[in-house]
Design a protein around this ligand. Sequence first.
Ligand SMILES: CC(=O)N[C@H](C=O)[C@@H](O)[C@H](O)[C@H](O)COP(=O)(O)O
Ligand SMILES: C=C(OP(=O)(O)O)C(=O)O
Length: 352
Amino acid sequence: MLAEDLELIPGRWIGSKHPCFVIAEIGQNHQGNIYTAKQLIETAKKCGADCVKFQKAYNGEKFNKAALARPYLSKHSWGRTYGEHKKYLEFSDEDFRELRNYAEKVIKIPFTASAMDSKSVSFLESMKVPFIKIGSGDVKNIPLIRQAAATNIPLVISTGMSDMEGVQEIYATVKQLHKKFILLHCVSAYPPPPREINLRVISEFQDRFPDVHIGYSGHECGIGVCLAAVTKGARVIERHITLDKNLKGNDHHCSLEPKEFKQMVEEIRTIEAALGQRQKRIQDSELPCIAKLGKTIVAATNLSKGTVLTPECVKIKVAEPKGLDPKEYEGRRLNRDVAEDESITTQCVQTL
Ligand SMILES: CC(=O)N[C@H](C=O)[C@@H](O)[C@H](O)[C@H](O)COP(=O)(O)O
Ligand SMILES: C=C(OP(=O)(O)O)C(=O)O
């Protein structure tokens, strides 16, 4: 059974007859600064995104103590340990409410987040977000996925760091409860090499899971791969957005700056319009070109009245006035003399 249209956001449907839904993933590109987060929300709206997304985690729930204590020596680190780093970046529940209010009431763009632990699922449920994102970090976290599905809120589920068997399990888990979910192909590398992106996985997902919509969450550099994903039928595209690719932080360099993000959305809209239908026919926009450069027949030599037209009698040229179409000499006789190179029009022929 083909996927039914899905109302991901009140009034905003996902499906073959609806525009691709573009998620601006702010993630942690706000540098732990609520003012920057608000700037990113406003920028995402200006770039044409359909919604903004953050990442919600309670560090003590997402990580164990040893993981929080491990040194994080990367140039992208905001602390000596991974715990200090994550603490610096994490927004409080109150911050989340403020950001949601800012997004929805001030900027007028839908707001949601990925839930990175069980407490975060409950928090997002209490916030009544329009949909919950499950990031690739939780592909194997079937209890979390089941908990999120049980809220009955639509889900967008990424599948980076998983093989097909893992994706089958996610699909089967959510399907037991409802079909209001979208699977995103994703490769969790920042950025992934193009040969490891395998956009054809989108087609494989479409074949294996025909009753749900499929999308793509990209971490590659540039916008080309996401545009190609749209031509493969991705109904949702998710990309990180940044104010500056050179900022400190793991995701900035493979995020899209405002100009690029806006261009991606515009190109997606152009591609959607351009994909059109399978039917090959002459389009209205081609008529001027047919009038200017379309070829018709002229007399190959001086031809006298009564000549039965054969291939030897005609040449095919851009002619003035327009003559008969190249094939239309068949079964016709001239009803007057036609000089060499003169157009052979309907007025100079009669049927045999
Ligand atoms: C898998 C996953 O969660 N990936 C997220 C979404 O793409 C990323 O934004 C990570 O949170 C980010 O790359 C982590 O960076 P760091 O380790 O420097 O905080
Ligand atoms: C990790 C996330 O996304 P993805 O797996 O799509 O990159 C996320 O949404 O938090």
